[in-house]
Design a protein around this ligand. Structure first.
Ligand code: CA
Length: 233
């Protein structure tokens, strides 16, 4: 049975969620604040399998909770509940280490589908991985471990960085527009400030380029988007 922690300060919403998730056979615990949630995750025996995390909380907000968990080396999947119409929340959530998000208010059936997807993916992650590795120019990206190795330097990628990198690599040699990235990588359909994407690209360049200011692999296609090239001329 999967164990789910819900961090949500609105009691009626938290209770309703618990009722419905228990009806689906999950074991559910509730926390009203981020601080309490962090403590419960640290002390949990056995561990939680998934965290449903509201963004708007008294005290620590959801972003901060996610960052602290990831900093502590806690990698349980996080489904973040964001305010509708705030794509910036979605991007901030992913940046903080969330795995998926759902704008409030949401349909229960959608929440359940997202939870199942996240739990399936994390179970799959615990089984011996099929090689999910891409190598280019002396770099090695392990999408399973979310790890990038370049020479003797290794760093951890966020799920969001890895997702974007994977998408660019899958389309290598072709130009990918900012809108494609929003639609297909992050599932954000509202018009949003595409500078958020540019910030992510800048981070990826720091990871993979020798000279981030003069990229050779992750190229800007002016006015459109980006193109990944594994072996530049
Ligand atoms: Ca709230």
């Amino acid at each position: 049975m999967s164990r789910i922690l819900i961090v949500e300060d609105e009691a009626h919403l938290a209770d309703g969620l618990r009722f419905n998730l228990e009806a689906e056979g999950y074991e559910v615990a509730l926390a009203e604040t981020g601080e309490q949630g962090l403590e419960m995750i640290r002390d949990a025996q056995p561990r939680f399998d998934l965290l449903v995390l509201d963004v708007m909380l008294p005290g620590l907000d959801g972003f901060e909770v996610a960052v602290r968990l990831r900093t502590d080396g806690q990698f349980l999947p996080i489904l973040m509940l964001t305010a509708r119409g705030r794509p910036s929340d979605v991007l901030a959530g992913f940046e903080a280490g969330a795995d998926d998000y759902l704008p409030k208010p949401f349909e229960l059936s959608i929440l359940l589908a997202r939870l199942r997807g996240l739990l399936r993916r994390s179970q799959w992650r615990q089984t011996p991985p099929a090689a999910d590795v891409f190598e280019f120019a002396g770099r090695r990206i392990d999408f399973e471990k979310l790890e990038l190795t370049a020479g003797d330097r290794a760093l951890r990628l966020t799920a969001m960085e890895a997702g974007l990198l994977r998408y660019l690599i899958r389309h290598q040699g072709r130009t990918v527009s900012r809108k494609m990235i929003l639609d297909e990588v992050w599932d954000v359909h509202e018009d949003t400030d595409t500078r958020a994407i540019d910030n992510f690209i800048a981070r990826l360049r720091k990871h993979i380029e020798d000279e981030p200011a003069r990229p050779r692999y992750l190229l800007t296609v002016r006015g459109i988007g980006y193109r990944f090239v594994a072996s530049p001329e």
